[in-house]
Each structure stands twice: as C-alpha cells, then as structure tokens.
Design a protein around this ligand. Structure first.
Ligand SMILES: *Cc1c(COP(=O)(O)O)cnc(C)c1O
Length: 361
C-alpha cells in the first residue's frame, strides 16, 4: 500500500492530505490501538476518543504556540457558520463592526454580518478586482471587532503581514492558510478555519478564541451557536465530528514530526516562488495579483488563449495533475498547494506548464 504512487491533486478543498496521515488512518481503520473499534465507531465520551481529542488539541497548541488564554474549539458547520456566529457572539452590545473586503469569502462574511450590525469597510479591493489591498485608513473607532480574510482562496490574494488595528479584537477567516507558516496568535481575538483545506477532512471547523471574548452572545443566540456552550463542554456539548477531529490530530502530529510551522512555511514559500516565477517568465500564463499579496496556498492563473483551457485540463489530468480548473466564478486555472502538496508535485506542474506552452503557445 505504501508504494502506491498517487497523482498530485491541486483541489482547493477538500484537498490533498499528507500521505503518511492517510497511511496511518488506513492502518488504524478497523481496530484503533487494539481497542477493537474503528474511530468512527467510538462513543465521543469514551476514554479512547477522549485521548484522541486531547492529543489533537495538545499537538495543535504546540504547533501553533497557542497562548493559555485562548480556547480551541472543534466545531461543525464549516467556516460559513462562523460568518454568523462571529457577529452573534462578538458584537457585545455594539452595533458596528469593521470588515475588509478583499474577495469572495470576505463578501460572504460581510453579507452575513449585515444581518446583525452596521458594517464599515475600511479596505475594499472591489475596484482593483481583488488583486491588491490599499492602505487601511478609516477604521471605525466604535467597531466591536475587525474581520478580515488573510488568504482569499478564490482570488489567490494573501496578507503577508498582520494588519494593525489597535486594541480592537482582530478576527480572521484562516480557512485556507492556518498551519501554512508560524503566526502570532496573540495578535488575534478569534481565528477560525474549515478543516478541509489545510487541516484535515471536511466536517470540522477550528475556532481559536481569546477567553475574554467568550460569554457575551446576543440574548437570542441559539445554544449551538454560542461559543460559551462549546467552551464549557470541551466541544462535546453534542456529538462532535469525531473522525475529522481524529484526522486533524494526525495532521497536527505530522506537522510536528516534519519540523513544525517553520519548516512548513519554508516549503510553502519555495513552492509558491517557483510556480509564480514560471508564470511571470512566460508570455502564455498570467497571474494578476500584486506580488506583495500573492497567496502561498492558492495560485490562480489564466492561459493567454482561453480556448485552450479544456485541453490544458485534459492533458494535465493525463499527466496525473488533478483539479486545476479555477473557481467556477472566475474561470481559468487554480493550483492549490497546501502543506500536503509535495515540492515534486509543484515541479511536475511546472514541467507540464512549460511543455504545454512550447507545444501550444
Ligand atoms: C473554503 C472557505 C470557506 C468556506 O468554508 P466552509 O467550511 O465550506 O463553510 C470560507 N472561507 C474561506 C477563506 C475558505 O477558503
């Protein structure tokens, strides 16, 4: 089983998982650690699952160096549910919040927040078609929090520095960038991420929240949408996504054993650098994002002649390079190169792109 060669899958999510993680999951599938049970068959209240859950949290805290005054929650509902939980829990009596608008996912978060409060937009990249980020110059002093999307998965736009927002809690949708490099958690009030990009399998949503922001939900907040419910019950108020929690735990351990986030960051930067260089050195491929904001995780590009898109995708698939078509809303191509994408995968894509250009350019 270990020597099966797998194609390189550039899916934006659900995305590739590290091969050692899949192999361990396979080895443990039917009988986890001599328990006689598959992880999927365990009660979430059993001592076995408790161990899995606690180890996962410990390894995540280690890998991200999460300070003690932050809680880690393992929830369901995807990042999209956080779009409503955030205003419901963090407005704390205020009626205003700041949201950066830097792409499709920002927009969705904004649309949901508008149901609960007045949204001020201190940074709007609509006019440059989400290819860069202007200076932040009008933060609202009355905002209960500032929300932004550090990596826009669809447009391939990423912040490489944490925005300066003073004492207002900074909230970040890190769905497609968490664990891609070291980050300073203490700069944030709340971080959330769906697992299916860079963390594990779909069905799990991670929330990292500073303690003082817990316990201020709006009066009519449903129990399941109140962070306090999940903090008070160690994310076991109801049945959590046990298998996804377990897979995420294997990924955290894999990161730890592979050199942690410093090593992930180095690898990810190298992968992104060689792919963008290939695009920039060609007359045939183009990426419109300003170099300072190019994503290390999602690299969208277009072909000079869009009539070749279909052929590019077909031939790429034949060359074992999967899921390269761009998001349905913007077309073109997109290579998602999260932690699990090996450097050989990016090199194989580059070799294919150069050869394709030679033949069709
Ligand atoms: C994928 C993604 C989402 C949506 O996640 P779901 O878990 O499907 O709700 C939100 N934000 C960003 C940045 C994403 O990449």
């Amino acid at each position: 089983m270990t020597n099966v060669t797998r194609p390189f899958n550039f899916s934006a999510g659900p995305a590739m998982l590290p091969k050692p993680v899949l192999e361990q999951a396979l080895a443990e599938m039917i009988n986890w650690h001599s328990s006689g049970m598959a992880v999927m068959e365990m009660s979430h209240r059993s001592p076995e699952f408790k161990l899995i859950a606690e180890q996962a949290q410990r390894n995540l805290r280690d890998v991200l160096a999460i300070p003690d005054n932050y809680k880690v929650l393992f929830l369901q509902g995807g990042a999209s549910t956080q779009f409503s939980m955030i205003p419901m829990n963090l407005l704390r009596g205020s009626k205003e919040a700041d949201y950066f608008n830097t792409g499709m996912w920002s927009k969705k978060a904004i649309a949901e927040a508008k149901r609960y409060c007045k949204v001020n937009i201190p940074v709007d990249s609509t006019d440059n078609k989400f290819t860069t980020v202007a200076e932040i110059d009008n933060l609202n002093p009355n905002a209960a929090y500032v929300h932004y999307t550090p990596n826009e998965t669809i447009h391939g736009l990423e912040f490489h520095n944490i925005p300066e927002v003073g004492d207002v809690p900074l909230v970040a949708d890190m769905s497609s960038t968490l664990l891609s490099r070291p980050i300073d958690i203490s700069k944030y009030g709340l971080i959330y991420a769906g697992a299916q990009k860079n963390i594990g399998s779909a069905g799990l949503t991670l929330v990292i929240i500073r303690e003082d922001l817990v316990g201020h939900a709006m009066p009519n907040t449903p129990t399941m949408l109140n962070y306090k419910t999940h903090v008070d019950s160690d994310s076991m108020y109801n049945t959590p996504p046990t298998y996804s929690w377990y897979i995420a735990g294997l990924v955290f351990k894999w990161i730890k054993n592979t050199g942690g986030l410093i090593e992930m960051g180095k690898r990810n930067k190298r992968k992104a650098d060689i792919l963008y260089a290939t695009i920039d050195n060609s007359e045939f491929y183009n990426n419109p994002v300003a170099p300072a904001y190019r994503s290390w995780m999602n690299v969208p590009f277009i072909l000079k002649n869009p009539e070749l898109d279909k052929i590019f995708l077909t031939e790429a698939k034949e060359a074992s390079l999967l899921t390269l078509s761009g998001h349905r809303s913007i077309g073109g191509m997109r290579a998602s190169i999260y932690n699990a994408m090996p450097e050989e995968g990016v090199q194989a894509l580059i070799d294919f792109m150069i050869d394709f250009e030679k033949r069709k350019g």
